[in-house]
Design a protein around this ligand. Structure first.
Ligand code: CP
Ligand code: NVA
Length: 313
């Protein structure tokens, strides 16, 4: 039964053609939202959201999005469910997926969401794992398309572009690599030593979709988009002090933005730490599109939820 389901566990779960559809659909859904026009294809559908880590944007965008589409939401955390008392993930998946139509999970290991999906009767969406954050990259690409492309031919503006990744070789970096591999752009990756991206963890076979730079300034040279993320991701807090030292030179500053293309955009998935991974002048400056990027989580995930439940409309 689960074979026919459209899970979204990593970026590579959809094809380029499906992304083209989703970006165009996101633009339509966003325009209806802005015009206070109802868009309710998911009346009587229920989304279960399972959070094993904290969230602001992911929770509110999925929860508000589902209500706006006519559906309902159940919110579970490790602390207030049997998930925190060692009920097997497989059993949880079997039970939860008999009662709802769709599940979104934010958890630790990717294997955990894969085990859930393998035992689920309904589609499962990755709301962030240690390895991937596909919903965020979906929003980031849509934001780039809105600013630099055309939503009727959404993939055209991505081809051949350079995205500079400055910072940790983490879930966001891995997902950028998958997106570059699928959609035909290149990621210039600069991480401190010991925090490199791992191509096999990222799950990309094509090593041409990224280039590694020891110096973050060089990674930003000629980039169309400069992006970064926290030095310490959720779940890695014990490494905080070591990371603060190792990452000190991986702060996106005005010098890095100055060597990128003159029209380069700056993105950050948020939450941000000004003075650590990004200077206030950059994130609060004219090239930053972080608020559009955060808002677009709502619109792209509405398109995604509609797509995994109803297909192309
Ligand atoms: N960017 C992002 O996923 O934010 P939250 O952790 O607030 O959900
Ligand atoms: N890399 C960060 C992203 C937060 C949205 C983390 O995993 O904590």
């Amino acid at each position: 039964m689960s074979q026919a389901l459209k899970h979204y566990l990593q970026f590579s779960d959809l094809t380029a053609d499906e992304y083209a559809y989703l970006f165009t659909r996101s633009a339509l859904i966003k325009s209806k939202f802005k015009a206070y026009e109802k868009h309710q294809p998911l009346i009587d559908r229920t989304l279960a959201m399972i959070f094993e880590k904290a969230s602001t944007r992911t929770r509110i965008s999925f929860e508000a999005g589902m209500y706006q589409m006519g559906g309902a939401v159940v919110h579970l955390t490790t602390g207030d469910s049997q998930l925190g008392r060692a009920e097997p993930i497989e059993d949880s998946a079997k039970v939860i997926s008999r009662m709802v139509d769709l599940v979104m999970i934010r958890t630790y290991e990717q294997t955990k969401i894969e085990r859930f999906a393998a035992n689920s009767r309904v589609p499962v969406i990755n709301g962030l794992t240690n390895e991937f954050h596909p919903c965020q990259i979906l929003a980031d690409l849509f934001t780039f398309i809105e600013h630099r492309g055309d939503v009727t031919r959404p993939l055209d503006c991505l081809k051949g572009k350079v995205v500079a990744w400055v910072g940790d070789g983490n879930n966001m970096a891995n997902t950028w690599l998958q997106a570059a591999d699928l959609l035909g752009f290149t990621v210039h990756v600069s991480t401190p030593s010991g925090y490199e991206v791992n191509q096999s963890v990222a799950g990309v076979s094509n090593s041409h979709c990224f280039k590694v730079f020891a110096d973050p300034l060089q990674a930003c040279q000629g980039a169309d988009l400069v992006t970064t993320d926290v030095w310490t991701s959720m779940g890695y807090e014990a490494e905080n002090e070591a990371r603060r030292k190792a990452f000190a030179a991986w702060c996106v500053d005005e010098a890095m933005m100055a060597v990128a293309k003159p029209d380069a955009l700056f993105m950050h998935c948020l939450p941000a730490h000004r003075g650590e991974e990004v200077q206030a002048e950059v994130i609060d400056g004219p090239q930053s599109v972080v608020w559009d990027e955060a808002e677009n989580r709502l619109h792209v995930q509405k398109a995604l939820m509609e797509f995994v439940l109803l297909g192309r409309l």
